[in-house]
Ligand binder design. Structure first.
Ligand code: PLP
Length: 393
């Protein structure tokens, strides 16, 4: 008993500019500190209905089956696969980074026959390859892909990929964890079928919730399942009785009440700003960061047409110990950036400009801090000056 801690945990103040979580606004932290009420309290049920409407607007969809799963983005991913896929189904999975690989893992665990469409890490999914796979496997149940690959900073063409899936009678399963709130996510325009996201990337909420949305077509597939969803917790037919039921709402699990206050608040803030304005802000902060990095002599991994503004994979200069640089940024400036994963480990840093971390303050602080820890290797003063010109003329 002598080793029991005696004081509260006090997290250090950080600037979160990695692949998520991003900085959480004090308004959201305040919302999460409000009194816990019962998850079937009429007041809470009213808030759940508001969260659904706010999520539909954020996803640009009229999908009735739109709700936050109680779990991180990975739970949303699992929810899509577990509900839409049955053993024996053929699923085409596009892999161009870490998260496509996890989709493959999910599809396999559902008993699917997986057909891989592989593209190099750092390149977008090639729609021509996806189309060839759909043609070669005419009975495929779904085409799954990651819209914004956080492991590389690459955007794939969700509009084209969803259209291809539809044209071949397959469902589309789309990962929008890093895209929602940062770049256009247009579910109805795309005709996307099973979509999941996360709370802690461009929405800038605390981690732990995963918004999902399912089209009418996907709901039809759910209704005609031959077997029960193998996950009780993620079974949408049970979840909708909790999230969809109005007055006759049935207990399923105890919703993370205070976490949902946070989601309600970030969605409110997103719509106060305006979705278009939020997308434009992410774009402008990316332009400024890029101008600064280039002025310092640092390059980006991804070709300009496929770059995600909210996740910048920066090439580590020859001879630099990338982990030591990240450790110095954290120790000296409280600044967190991300490391490269998989085949990009040691080769790139990942600088996130997500949600509340996509501000001029973050861009300038990051460039100044990078310049100081890379002193002698990059041109002094050039980065922040170029970013300031990009931001303020
Ligand atoms: C972060 C992320 C996930 C997983 O989300 P968690 O909240 O960490 O479970 C899935 N897909 C993409 C593209 C992500 O960036």
């Amino acid at each position: 008993m002598t080793n029991l801690p005696r004081s509260s945990f006090q997290p250090p103040l950080r600037m979160l500019m990695g692949p998520g979580p991003s900085d959480v606004h004090p308004r959201v932290l305040a919302a999460m500190a409000r009194p816990t009420i019962g998850h079937l309290d009429p007041a809470f049920v009213g808030m759940m209905d508001e969260v659904k409407v706010l999520l539909q607007a954020a996803f640009r969809t009229g999908n009735a089956l739109t709700l936050p799963i109680s779990g991180p983005g990975s739970a949303g991913m699992e929810c899509c696969f577990a509900n839409l896929i049955e053993a024996g189904d053929t699923v085409i999975v596009c892999v161009n980074g870490v998260f496509g690989g996890r989709m493959k893992e999910n599809a396999e665990r559902c008993g699917a026959k997986v057909v891989l469409v592989e593209d190099e890490w750092g390149k977008p999914v090639d729609p021509a390859k996806a189309e060839a796979a759909l043609k070669a496997h005419p009975g495929a149940k779904a085409l799954a892909f990651v819209h914004a690959e956080t492991s590389t900073g690459v955007a794939s063409d969700a509009d084209a990929l969803c259209a291809l899936a539809r044209a071949h009678g397959a469902l589309s399963i789309v990962d929008t964890v890093t895209s929602l709130g940062g770049i256009p996510v247009l579910l109805d325009q795309w005709g996307a079928d099973g979509v999941y996201s996360g709370s802690q990337k461009c929405l800038s909420c605390a981690p732990g919730l995963s918004p999902v949305s399912f089209s009418e077509r996907a709901v039809g597939v759910l209704r005609s399942r031959k077997t029960k969803v193998q996950s009780w917790f993620l079974d949408l037919s049970l979840l909708t009785a909790y999230w969809g039921g109005g007055a006759k709402r049935a207990y399923h699990h105890t919703a993370p009440v205070n976490a949902l206050y946070g989601l309600h608040e970030v969605l409110l803030m997103l719509h106060e700003e305006g979705l278009e304005a939020a997308w434009a802000r992410h774009g402008a902060m990316h332009d400024a960061l890029k101008a600064g990095l280039e002025a310092m002599g640092l390059g980006l991994l991804v070709t300009p047409s496929a770059r995600l503004p909210q996740l910048n994979a920066v090439l580590v200069p020859e001879g630099v110990d990338e982990a030591a640089i990240r450790a110095q940024l954290l120790a000296r400036f409280g600044l967190e950036i991300g490391a490269g994963l998989g085949s990009l480990a040691g080769k790139v840093w990942r600088i996130g400009l997500m949600g509340q971390s996509a501000t001029p303050k973050h861009v300038m602080a990051c460039l100044g801090a990078l310049e100081s820890v890379l002193a002698g290797r990059v041109a002094a003063g050039a980065g922040p000056a170029a970013a300031a010109r990009s931001l303020f003329g």
